[in-house]
Ligand binder design. Structure first.
Ligand code: OGA
Ligand code: MN
Length: 275
């Protein structure tokens, strides 16, 4: 299998592919499984200034697995992440600023995200990533035992309240319509690896005092996302980043939302439930 040249992006997470251009992205039949392997090992795979067209992103994404459909957008496999008032999902994107796993409220969480930068912020607007495999591996043996059977209730209201601290009754009613999900805190993947499942949707620990649970969840998130454990990607136009949504938390960094920032995201559906 012809390998690709790579460079690690930080100590714990992320790798850059150095010798793939937009043409090779769709032409090289080995690239999808090379990317699978890199995602498993590094969590984040960067193609710098690739300038893949939307069609090329979708063609490549579809080789990684079945793509999610976003009926709100002209290309149904490409969600625009932006605060453009015309963007139907814009009201939901402020919550991207908090550490999260995509789709924690869905029946099956997404496997991989593919995101390209179309228009970047003049300042800020980076995307930060931290490994939840590392988060688990760094627990003490005692903690691994203590956390083994904990289950966490994930709620839309929890994440939305972070960015809408004074919601209207209509907003609250809308959030509550989305059913909560209960996930184990420790995900035992089919591969045999374990990761932690926390982030902005994690509301409280199932069956325990909400305040105690909150402290534990905050502490785990804090420890997992200290600067030395994070890769923060500063975007250039045309960069394409893949991330393993099953073994990472990520978040968007602040920028001036009156200025345009447009990202094009395709999502590879998952096939493994959190268990
Ligand atoms: C996302 C997301 C972060 C960003 O698209 O799921 O969290 O930096 N995006 O836009
Ligand atoms: Mn996200």
């Amino acid at each position: 299998m012809p390998a690709v040249a790579t460079r690690e992006l930080s100590e714990k997470v992320g790798v850059e592919v150095l010798d793939v251009d937009a043409e090779r992205l769709t032409a090289d039949p080995d690239l999808p499984h090379i990317c699978h392997d890199l995602l498993e090992r590094y969590g984040v795979v960067l193609f710098r200034e690739l300038h893949a067209t939307e069609a090329a992103q979708v063609e490549f994404g579809a080789k990684l697995g079945e793509l999610a459909v976003f009926p709100q957008f002209p290309n149904k496999h490409v969600m625009e992440i932006s605060f453009d008032p015309a963007n139907p999902l814009a009201p939901y994107f402020p919550s991207n600023d908090y550490w999260h796993i995509d789709g924690c409220l869905d029946r099956m969480i997404a496997k991989t995200s593919v995101m390209s930068a179309r228009v970047i912020a003049a300042r800020g607007g980076e995307t930060a990533f931290a490994s939840t495999y590392v988060a688990y591996d760094e627990l003490s043996e005692r903690e691994k035992k203590e956390l083994a059977d904990i289950r966490v209730v994930h709620k839309m209201a929890r994440v939305q309240r972070l960015s809408h601290p004074n919601p209207t009754p209509e907003q609250i009613a809308e959030w509550e319509r989305r059913p909560a999900r209960v996930h184990p805190l420790v995900w035992q993947h089919e591969s045999g690896r374990r990761s932690l499942v926390f982030g902005a949707t994690a509301a409280y620990i199932d069956g325990s005092d909400p305040a105690n649970g909150r402290q534990l969840l905050d502490d785990l998130e804090h420890r997992a996302t200290t600067p030395d454990r994070v890769y923060t990607h500063t975007w250039s136009v045309g960069d394409m980043v893949l991330w393993d949504n099953t073994g990472l938390v990520h978040r968007a960094c602040e920028f001036d939302r009156s200025e345009p920032r447009r990202m094009a995201r395709s999502t590879v559906l998952g096939s493994e439930p959190i268990a």
